[in-house]
Design a protein around this ligand. Structure first.
Ligand code: S3P
Length: 427
């Protein structure tokens, strides 16, 4: 586990390419594996989390071939997966374990799925309960990974999820593909809808709305082409860095702007950020655009309720922006952040205080006063990619050097992140 030193910069300038959307990449690999025929995937993320989804599918007999920028997937159909000889290891990837368990719950074999230390602490009852209601048997210790799944015939359910979570919704929809009848999930407020959109590309009957999603089973998926847009959650680090550093302009092309993901743009706009959107198009059911961010004087914002699922992965970097915004920013209803790759509420508040930020932790969020001049400090990433990248941006603004511990965890979602920052430096 190595450290990296971040030095302050005066501005960032230029064009940057960010990885393919992680959420969409996972779904493209999972659905193409159970589709009939050869799918072609472009723009796929090369991040570690996504590699784990691919490796798990390889362990179940799915062949992937890389040629230039395209990944060819030999889909084996709904029941073409073979029993893995070994544990399915997901590394740090919550999306892999939760979505894949939905598929495993319907397979006529037993499987074990597990992950790293962080995955073993994350709550799985949220998927075990609905999958058991559908007829699956899942054995675990205290509802945590490893999960031993005895799959089989499933029945369709109507599930009211108590949490707005695309991982829960998508897990149930994956299982619902195998159950006879209509499987529906409702949620307290809308989470990202990539699964529902992509199912249509694969020819399945999927429905979606503001309060949930449904799928009719048994489904038959047909191979197709999916082009994955760039990840707005990765772009957010550069967009916010450009807004915070005087004289900066950063442009990012082909960024996914699915409305269930663009909360960060809405929040930044309400803080006074100058972010332009151009070249809009829609490919593979997912809208995308070029985003250009410029230095802007920011004001504070109050974040709670239905916006939270739409910014769930961007809250750490929004918190960094809040330290530079005039006024008091409050973030509430974000208790889910406590069960991400790390406890992100605690990680943000501990590290921000080390840098001289004025921040108070609440049970479901943060209260941040700004603007404050940040000072370089030694930052604990807690092995969490989004914490490491958020504080790398904070380090660019701070006085003195910032050390990010265990910085390699950025590979979870964004290999090459630090090199991209270097390429935009304009000193
Ligand atoms: C994801 C959903 C979100 C998000 C995660 C990716 C997905 O998690 O935080 O990074 O791809 O479905 P929750 O569903 O737990 O909110």
């Amino acid at each position: 586990m190595a450290d990296i030193v971040i030095k302050p910069v005066s501005s960032l300038q230029g064009h940057v390419v960010v990885p393919g959307d992680k959420s969409i990449s996972h779904r493209a690999l999972l659905l193409s594996a159970i589709a009939e025929g050869e799918s072609t995937l472009t723009g796929l993320s090369a991040a570690e989390d996504v590699r784990h989804t691919r490796m798990c599918m390889e362990k179940m007999g799915i062949a992937f071939r890389d040629e230039a920028e395209t990944v060819y997937v030999s889909g084996k159909g709904m029941y073409g997966l073979k029993k893995p000889d070994d544990v399915l290891y997901v590394g740090n990837s919550g999306t892999t374990i939760r979505l894949m368990t939905g598929i495993l719950a319907a397979q006529p074999f037993e499987s074990v799925i597990d992950g790293d230390e962080s995955i073993r602490t994350r709550p799985m009852r949220r998927i075990i309960e609905p999958l058991e209601a559908m007829g699956a048997q899942i054995v675990s210790e205290d509802n945590k990974a490893p999960l031993r799944i005895s799959g089989g015939v499933l029945r369709a359910i109507n599930y009211a999820s108590p949490i707005a979570s695309a991982q829960i919704k998508s897990c149930i929809i994956m299982a619902g593909l195998y159950a006879r009848g209509l499987t529906c999930v409702t949620e307290p407020s809308q989470s990202r809808d990539h699964t529902e959109r992509m199912l249509k590309e694969f020819g399945a009957e999927a429905q979606y709305s503001r309060n949930g999603a449904g799928v009719k089973g048994p489904a038959h998926l047909t191979a197709c082409h999916i082009d994955v847009p760039c990840d707005i959650s990765a772009a957010a680090f550069f967009l916010i860095a450009a807004c915070l550093l005087r004289d900066s302009t950063v442009r990012i092309k082909n960024v996914g702007i699915n409305p269930t993901r663009t909360g960060v743009l809405d929040v930044l706009a309400s803080m006074g950020a100058k972010i332009d959107m151009s070249d809009q198009s829609e490919i593979s059911g997912e809208p995308r655009a070029t985003l250009t961010a410029r230095f802007s004087e920011l004001g504070s914002v109050n974040l709670a309720g239905t916006i939270i699922p739409k910014i769930i992965d961007e809250i750490p970097i929004i918190a960094i922006a809040a330290t530079q915004a005039g006024g008091v920013t409050t973030i509430r209803d974000a208790q889910e952040l406590r069960v991400k790759e790390s406890d992100r509420i605690a990680a943000m508040s501990i590290n921000l205080r080390k840098m001289g930020g004025e921040v108070r932790e609440t049970k479901d969020g943060l209260v941040i006063s700004g603007p404050t001049g940040l000072k370089g400090a030694e930052i604990e990433s807690y092995g969490d990619h989004r914490i490491a990248m958020s504080f790398a941006v904070a380090g660019l603004l701070a006085e003195g050097e910032t050390i990010i511990k265990n910085y390699e965890c950025v590979n979870t979602s964004f290999p090459g992140f630090f090199e991209k920052i270097d390429s935009l430096k304009n000193d």
